[in-house]
Design a protein. Structure first.
Length: 222
């Protein structure tokens, strides 16, 4: 008889899971057009180009396993770009807001003493502030700091080690099969993908309420 591995830790992807990337990009475009109307198109264009170049380099690293080179770890280089990110992404994410019922899911798990952490390839503390989620996660794991981005399993392994649990007891909630699911599964974690395993957080919350703690049809069996 197989035994379903209980969940001891939940990790949340930030971008695309907690909020809609599509809506965030729409707000970014409106901000860019506003800057253009004020005569600041050249500066705005340069900053957008810098952000695109950086993400292209991250994706290049992602395509070969997710290990970052020393370039990404250079503090001075990253700090300058981070200020640009905060200036553009922070307000856009705030205007986008959280997906419906995300906070109710987080609160449901917290009320049942399930530890929750944030998990992002990019710096995300300011994003959580913009979403009103500062302090809701016990820890924030950032791929840029760790030196590995998804689909590398390294971050998931670090989280499991920090909480002294098996990776099979970690449930990751994300929105990308090629990144979240691939990285979590490579580490031996459980994973649920928005749009594949559940359509909305209303549905996810209903499933949690109906059969807590193990209502996940993708649970790992041992």
């Amino acid at each position: 008889m197989t035994k379903v591995q209980p969940i001891s830790l939940v990790s949340w992807d930030i971008d695309g899971t907690l909020y809609s990337i599509k809506r965030m990009k729409w707000h970014l475009m409106r901000m860019f057009l506003s800057e253009t109307a004020r005569g600041r198109a050249l500066m705005a264009g340069k900053e957008f180009a810098a952000l695109r170049r950086y993400r292209s380099r991250i994706n290049a690293a992602r395509s070969v396993g997710g290990a970052l080179t020393e370039f990404f770890l250079e503090k001075n280089c990253r700090e300058a770009l981070l200020e640009i990110e905060k200036r553009w992404y922070g307000p856009a994410i705030q205007k986008t807001g959280l997906r419906r019922n995300v906070t109710r899911v987080i609160s449901f798990l917290a009320a049942r003493d399930i530890p929750q952490v944030g998990f992002s390839d990019y710096e995300a503390a300011y994003k959580l502030d913009s979403l009103g989620l500062a302090g809701h996660f016990e820890t924030l794991y950032v791929g840029e700091r760790l030196g590995f981005v998804k689909p590398s399993p390294f971050g998931f392994q670090c989280a499991a080690a920090d909480y002294e649990i098996s990776t099979a007891s970690l449930l990751h909630i994300g929105d990308r099969v090629d990144r979240d699911d691939a990285g979590a599964r490579a580490a031996g974690c459980q994973c649920l993908i928005l749009g594949r395993d559940f359509r909305s957080f209303d549905e996810f919350l209903a499933r949690l309420r109906s059969d807590f703690p193990m209502c996940f049809d993708k649970a790992v069996e041992t």
